[in-house]
Design a protein around this ligand. Structure first.
Ligand SMILES: Cc1cc2nc3c(=O)[nH]c(=O)nc-3n(C[C@H](O)[C@H](O)[C@H](O)COP(=O)(O)OP(=O)(O)OC[C@H]3O[C@@H](n4cnc5c(N)ncnc54)[C@H](O)[C@@H]3O)c2cc1C
Length: 452
């Protein structure tokens, strides 16, 4: 259903070939639209190139150490394990290149034109390419993602790396300080610790992972401590000094920590600058992202925006949904928006955690009368291996309707288990439905249907 207007070179121009942009381009093209996409770095965007995918590969790598330790209880004799960081990084880079090629091939198969280089807006229908060429587009989609925020300009800030560089370090740091309390900071703390680095995590809030359930946050903090990670909360970094090969990070109260690397993971900022948005009157929301309505339409009717640049729920599957819904709405004759309730999320820490729906605190604020069921248990595998790590599952339930409002889990494979459980929460099932489900034994997931 492409609309071929003579004065436009393309029906859709997409700026940014990440999770949201690639999906939108492909679906719009499948409806017959003539589509072009510009990408200034690598096709696939943050998730594939320097986000979810490479991170998860490093998470897998970091888990082996614990597995080697646990193996003894199961009768295995494992020699002194050795880890080679450059081998991991090279293998990871090979996999990322493969995925980038696969994304490119998919776009080409749908006849989407790919332009390597930066694109900006000249007017509401004109995109200016790095070459200086202009492309006239009937509809423009901005899916430029976000970028690491490096915090206020403190002395020595230039010494800190972000997650972007963490994926390409020439060697594994023996000691690293990570500043931040969000999921990226916590995940990298666990990755580096699992691979053998001495990790200090400094976060501004009273605890890590603001926004997640308080009991789960506390549980993870304890487990991180047991794994040798030093968590310093309620602190900010005031200054970083380079001294020979090491960095001395001074905290606001004078405490100093010497490490070989300093990483900041303080959040991410939508990529809105230098795009020409002001000239075209695309409004920016006070949270820093592009302001959009439920259909991802901006203040300029033919310009849309999806994904992290809109700063709604900054996760890959959400960006993909928004991109898909946009293409269905504008090119598929099927007006669709994205639902933001019950978006499951995970932190790939050690142990990992996962959540869907309302935390206990949020549910209490919203519903008042709630019931909380929890199970604090030591997984069978850990008991046998004499690992003291425990799991914690929580069900937050509306006391009046018995509907499950939230599930919060920490423990081995929690993200894998939660994805399935999230269907039940999304479907509005009740505690009685969980109780009526027979346990799958022996598993950790059975705790979900055994809480009384
Ligand atoms: C370390 C890390 C770990 C993460 N882990 C997870 C996870 O486990 N699960 C999860 O769901 N999400 C995770 N995320 C978040 C996820 O990566 C993002 O939510 C997702 O990539 C957003 O997709 P997007 O399409 O909005 O933007 P992006 O994927 O960032 O794509 C934007 C693209 O636009 C390009 N671009 C920007 N400006 C221009 C321009 N002017 N011209 C041309 N190209 C331009 C950029 O180069 C980029 O390729 C993680 C992020 C990071 C950083």
């Amino acid at each position: 259903m492409g609309r071929r207007m003579a004065d436009h070179d393309v029906d859709l121009f997409v700026i940014g070939a990440g999770s949201g942009g690639v999906r939108a381009a492909r679906i719009a093209a499948s409806y017959g639209a003539r589509v072009m996409v510009a990408e200034e770095y690598r096709v696939g965007g943050t998730c594939v190139i320097r986000g979810c995918v490479p991170k998860k590969l490093l998470v897998y790598a970091s888990r082996f150490f614990g597995e080697f330790e646990d193996a003894a209880g199961y009768g295995w004799t494992v020699g002194q394990p050795e880890f080679h960081w450059p081998a991991l990084i090279a293998n990871k880079d090979r996999e990322i290149a493969r995925l980038e090629a696969a994304y490119t091939t998919t776009l080409e198969r749908f006849n989407v034109g790919i332009i390597k280089g930066r694109a900006t807006l000249e007017d509401a229908h004109t995109v200016r390419l790095a070459s200086g060429a202009r492309v006239r587009a009937e509809t423009i989609l901005i899916s430029t993602g976000a970028w690491p925020y490096m915090g206020p300009k403190i002395p020595g800030r230039e010494h800190a790396i972000s997650s972007n560089e963490a994926f390409h370090l020439p060697e594994l740091p023996k000691r690293i300080l990570i500043h931040g309390g969000g999921y990226i900071a916590v995940e990298f703390a666990c990755i580096f610790a699992g691979l053998g680095s001495k990790v200090t995590l400094v976060c501004r809030n009273v605890n890590i992972l603001r926004g997640f359930d308080d009991d789960i946050r506390e549980h993870l903090r304890n487990e991180m401590g047991l794994r040798g990670i030093t968590v310093i909360s309620d602190h900010t970094v005031a200054q970083i000094d380079k001294s020979g090969d090491e960095y001395v990070t001074r905290l606001h109260d004078g405490l100093a920590v010497a490490t070989d690397k300093v990483m900041f993971a303080l959040g991410r900022q939508p990529n809105v600058t230098g795009l020409g948005l002001e000239d075209v009157n695309v409004r920016i929301h006070e949270h820093g992202g592009i302001e959009v309505d439920a259909y991802s339409q901006t203040s300029v009717p033919n310009i849309y925006a999806v994904g992290d640049v809109t700063n709604r729920v900054n996760l890959t599957p959400v960006a993909i949904r928004e991109g898909h819904a946009f293409a269905d709405t504008v090119f598929g004759g099927n007006k669709r928006s994205t639902a933001y309730d019950c978006v499951p999320s995970a932190v790939f820490s050690q142990p990992p955690l996962a959540a869907v729906g309302l935390t206990e605190g949020a549910a209490r604020n919203k519903y008042g009368n709630i019931k909380v069921y929890s199970s604090d248990f030591r997984p069978m595998k850990n008991v046998f291996a004499q690992r003291h790590e425990r799991g914690l599952y929580k069900l937050v339930v509306d006391a009046v309707t018995e509907r499950i409002l939230g599930i919060h889990m920490i423990g081995p494979e929690a993200p894998e288990i939660l994805q399935a459980a999230a269907i039940a929460v999304k479907a509005g099932l009740t505690k009685a439905d969980f109780d009526a489900t027979v346990a799958l034994h022996p598993s950790m997931a059975e705790e979900l249907v055994l809480m009384r």
